[in-house]
Design a protein. Structure first.
Ligand code: THU
Length: 161
């Protein structure tokens, strides 16, 4: 028997001012994106902003549907759009923010498992680490790459084994 550890390192901040101007802008774009959320069912507005290596920022928000499972999370809306518009451009980072009951949440909300899987495949596809910023009013988390958010992930190469 061998024991292995899969470690996630989280950098915790208390204010957006602690970031450089590029990351401050990315976080504010994620906050802005929450306002385009279509979430009449959950009323939970999620915004994502993706910084591409060409400098462009792509925004997305969660889009719900009366047939509930047909809706999609903000992260995947933004990620799929970025990949369809710029299939060959690596992603540098993603920022995520949530707005509920008239305010941004105090604590950072991490992406769901399905979104992690999608983000991870983009990270692998371009072989470029995707930094993650999770915004909360009282706490902001930074994680170096998506792999740290999804240890023991399903890899596309496994399909060939
Ligand atoms: N949601 C996201 O947009 N991203 C996540 O990572 C978690 C959940 C959305 C889906 C749904 O529209 C609402 O939040 C409540 O689950």
């Amino acid at each position: 028997m061998k024991k292995t550890q899969h470690i996630t390192t989280v950098l915790e901040y208390t204010s957006i001012e602690e970031f450089d101007s590029i990351n401050q802008k990315l976080i504010s774009k994620a906050k802005e994106a929450t306002q385009s959320s279509y979430s009449p069912y959950s009323k939970f507005k999620v915004g994502a902003a993706i910084l591409l290596e060409n400098g462009e920022i792509i925004q997305g928000s969660n889009q719900e549907n009366s047939a509930y499972p047909s809706g999609l999370c903000a992260e995947r809306v933004a990620m799929f759009y970025a990949n369809s518009k710029y299939p060959d451009v690596p992603v540098k980072s993603i920022a995520i923010a949530c707005f509920n009951n008239g305010q941004f949440l105090d604590r950072p909300i991490p992406p769901c498992g399905s979104c992690r899987q999608v983000l991870l495949e983009t990270e692998e596809r371009h072989n470029t680490p995707m930094r993650v910023f999770l915004y909360g009013q009282k706490q902001i988390f930074e994680i170096e790459n998506i792999k740290q958010l999804l240890p023991l992930y399903f890899e596309k190469d496994m399909l060939d084994e």
